[in-house]
Design a protein around this ligand. Structure first.
Ligand code: AGP
Length: 630
């Protein structure tokens, strides 16, 4: 998820002719827009402007400040046309070279991109065979060279047509913006599965990955639709589909203030990120299979013979990431038949674990900077184990020090309470498990394809759960004065119960505890008294029958003792209705994938209850987004 901004203002000549004010200096608009968009990605930033027949560009790894310093030391000329980008790395770590814009074709064309181009490797091979060379590791540079190659092949200097033709080749998710020396006063853009909005000014026009990019200049916007190309000049714009047919965008007036715009209109980053979860899972799944349907994990640079020899897997992580590991453990053991442990990273190295060269350690971390997890990684490597990092932050310390990395593509997670990263971590861990099962022959190709097909349906199912969030919010508001809330789950529902309790603890400051439902009779049932709220995550009745029946009887037991039972159950499971004070339904899904759905009502409940208590859900007391001390 990157920040993108584009601008075309009136040339001074045009302004003179009209007797209107000269437009803004493109650079001012771009930098201001990137500042507003920095929450969308901040591992590198860059700008490109068209001036005097050349593309002037600057780009720097690190925060936007680094780019501003670079621009101070090496200024660009005043311009009316430009594009800007602040990056959240997916392909290729944060570096000056991998930063956008990518300037190609002898400096004539500059391109910026948000998204993941799934077929970039295949296109890159074709372009290399045509004699093109590449400087970076990014999929974006491939798109830029493809656009330049197409523009030159078409030969009629029509950048819009070239963009249409190039986009028809691309698969995956992309928002592309391009400027070309042949077209001062024009920015051409395109989108598929990635956001792009047009801002309409007085004699000037803007583009942005969201309205934050231009909210300081105009509130008149046009949302672009799927597979559309837009070409803007200072006083006009044209929208087509990828075949050049005229198309329409959706005009709207921006009612948010700038701060709300950064949150996409949501009251908090946490709520925004809960709602981004379908995208987080979808993008984490994107680009993981080759044209023959084989699972391909490019970043997993560990020798296949080593992976085949693995006889134990140990997941090390903290907090929510550890619970993601616990969910994944059920799937990995079931698919790969490799003994899999999940250890809290801060406990791992002090327990003197049995780890050797046949152990695969999986380090789960959203930030990639959690010191406890980093120290566990180092300890594991000292013992001879190979380490795979599953991380959401490209180029951070843990994936850098690990032997291999498998990146989630949830985009930056700003709220301290992890939500979309959690679902993305589970998804990535599933991919790792399937990859190992494919490599070691535990699963046939069609079985793996079947599970991947089920995973592909999860984003839409997650969206269904999100769409039904009203009832969950109502319950949360009614329970805002609860003194404690318990969470019960079994099998993969047990780590979901732990995660639901953690969410409530860390943002609503309420005592909350998650239990394995089977543990109830071994002590926790003593906690049940009249009015005690208890969430129960019910496994699918289509899974292991005994599991479902046992959890239903747990609900009966606590209901009989006065608990207020709040049940998360799949659609069609009517067996819970008689014992539930509240039922929240999730779409049917395979047992092992169900946590991607049952977690969501618990996140919404915690966020809404904390909001009802007037707390800052994004920055809860005593907590930091990344715990970089032990
Ligand atoms: C989760 O909501 C918390 N923010 C915390 O438990 C977090 O998951 C944990 O600190 C691990 O962080 P990491 O994923 O960045 O390593």
């Amino acid at each position: 998820m990157c920040g993108i901004v584009g601008y075309v203002g009136p040339s001074s000549q045009l302004a003179d002719e009209r007797g209107t004010a000269a437009g803004h200096d493109a650079l001012d608009v771009l930098v201001e827009g990137l500042r507003r968009l920095e929450y969308r990605g901040y591992d590198s930033a860059g700008v490109a402007v068209i001036s005097d027949g050349t593309v002037g560009f600057r780009k720097k790894a690190g925060k936007l400040l680094n780019l501003e310093q670079e621009l101070g030391e090496h200024p660009l000329p005043r311009s009316t046309t430009g594009i800007g980008h602040t990056r959240w790395a997916t392909h290729g770590g944060p570096s000056d070279l991998n930063a956008h814009p990518h300037v190609v074709d002898g400096g004539r064309l500059a391109v910026i991109h948000n998204g993941i181009i799934e077929n970039f490797a295949e296109i890159k091979r074709e372009l290399v065979e045509k004699g093109h060379e590449f400087l970076s590791e990014t999929d974006t540079e491939v798109a830029a060279v493809l656009l330049a190659d197409t523009y030159n092949d078409l030969g009629d200097q029509d950048l819009t047509a070239a963009m249409q033709v190039a986009c028809r080749r691309l698969e995956g998710a992309f928002t592309l913006l391009a400027v070309h020396v042949d077209h001062p006063g024009r920015v051409v853009a395109a989108r598929r599965n990635s956001p792009l909005v047009l801002g309409l000014g007085e004699g000037e026009n803007f583009l942005g990955s969201d309205v934050s990019g231009f909210i300081d200049y105009t509130r008149s916007a046009v949302e672009l639709g799927q597979d559309q190309v837009v070409s803007i000049t200072a006083d006009a714009y044209e929208i087509t589909d990828f075949h050049g047919n005229p198309a329409e965008g959706k005009p709207f007036e921006v009612l948010w203030d700038a701060a709300a715009a950064e949150k996409g209109g949501f009251p908090s980053f946490m709520e925004k990120e809960i709602n981004e979860q379908p995208m987080a899972v979808e993008q984490t799944l994107m680009g993981r299979t080759d044209p023959d349907g084989n699972l391909v994990l490019d970043e997993l640079k560990i020798d296949e013979s080593v992976l085949r020899s693995v006889d134990k897997i140990v997941v090390v992580a903290c907090g929510t990431a550890a619970y993601a590991g616990q969910v994944a453990r059920y799937a990995i053991e079931h698919w790969c038949r490799i003994p899999t442990e999940v250890e809290l990273a801060h406990e791992f190295r002090y327990r003197d674990p049995i780890v050797n060269e046949r152990t695969l350690v999986v380090a789960l971390s959203q930030s990639g900077e959690t010191m406890d997890t980093l120290m566990a990684v180092r300890h594991a490597q000292e013992q001879g184990a190979k380490v795979v990092a599953i991380c959401n932050t490209n180029g951070s310390t843990i994936p850098r020090e690990a032997d291999a990395a498998l990146y989630t593509h949830a985009g930056p997670e700003i709220a301290v309470a992890s939500t979309k990263a959690f679902l993305a971590q589970i998804t990535a861990a599933y991919l790792l498990g399937l990859y190992l099962a494919q490599l070691r022959g535990n699963k046939y190709k069609d079985e793996i394809a079947g599970i991947l097909a089920e995973l592909e349906t999860m984003p839409a199912k997650i969206q269904q759960v999100i769409d039904a969030q009203g009832a969950v919010k109502d319950l949360a508001q009614s329970m805002k004065d609860a003194a404690s809330v318990l969470f019960l789950g079994r099998h993969v529902g047990f780590p979901v119960a732990l995660e639901g309790a953690l969410k409530l603890k860390e943002i609503a400051y309420i005592h909350a505890e998650g239990f394995a439902a089977g543990e109830l009779k071994h002590g926790p049932i003593a906690l049940i008294e009249e009015g005690q709220p208890v969430f129960v995550i019910v496994p699918s009745p289509r899974g292991r029958d005994s599991l479902h029946a046992k959890v239903v009887s747990n609900i009966q037991e606590i209901r009989a003792r006065g608990a207020v039972t709040i049940v998360i159950a799949e659609e069609g499971d009517e067996s819970v209705a008689d014992y539930a004070n509240h039922v929240f339904r999730v779409p049917q899904s395979p047992t092992l994938l169900q946590p991607l759905l049952t977690t969501v009502p618990l996140q919404i409940f915690a966020c809404e209850l904390a909001t009802a208590k007037g707390y800052d859900v994004d920055q809860p007391r005593n907590l930091a987004k990344s715990v970089t001390v032990e």
